[in-house]
Design a protein around this ligand. Sequence first.
Ligand code: HH2
Length: 280
Amino acid sequence: MPRDFRVMGVVNVTPDSFSDGGRYLDPDAAVAHAVALAAEGADILDFGGESTRPGAEPVPAEEERRRVAPVLERVAAGCSAQLSIDTSKATVAEAAIAAGATLVNDVTALRGDPEMAALVAERGVECCLMHMLGEPRTMQLDPHYEDVVSEVASFLDERMAFAVGAGVREDRILLDPGIGFGKTLEHNLELLRRLDEIVALGRPVVVGTSRKSFLGLLTGRAEPDQRLAGTIATNVLALERGASVFRVHDVGTVREALVVAAATVSERWTPTTSSPTRTS
Ligand code: HH2
């Protein structure tokens, strides 16, 4: 069978996200963008009302809820993609779940809000636990590890045990090494190179490299929306190393690359449409 994967499209309802801040702050623009990403083939739509870019200032819970909940509700009414809320605040997650979200993407891995684990457990939703060293305001100020991969793996293992202890079903948990969250270029590359060690924890692995600054450091592309080639390269390699959820801004193009990569690493594959007459 082709290797299974899910593409998670990013919908930032924020004024200040690093790659598309302000473009989808207007609710109509956010809904239209979400619908467009679903049409491009997003299996999951991930809505965020607070930027986590390096240096970002926290957003009050009520403002974050006000940004995302009405958008989620409108998208839920007419879209079959799974809806995800990118938040570390339980009140925001609660409103998003009420509006139709069935996945909580918490970049603090349930450390940001003492109410979050119980909420996720009680509502029976999926939950993504991500590694971050420090917090967004300061995380890129000289991050240090002895061995980034084993430290991230043991952090995720510990957070998974915490979640299960709080009543979250293990089969609802996804894990994410947190590319760019308190990591240098070398740390990000090492995590991608040894991603199989995160996959070995036994839960689906989410990877978020899309448009991130380490790609710009490697390619010289200063503008985030010019980093698609680097985004594709890292997602394809992550798929080969066992990741199964790909959080991206450019859904259609990355999905197409992943379809080909998945067929290439599988023993069997099926064409999306009938074979063309030419094979070159
Ligand atoms: N990256 C960002 C935000 N949320 N969640 C997970 N699970 N993994 C990630 O790698 C990840 C994430 C940063 O990207 P973006 O949402 O586009 O930017 P901003 O935080 O500035 O809104």
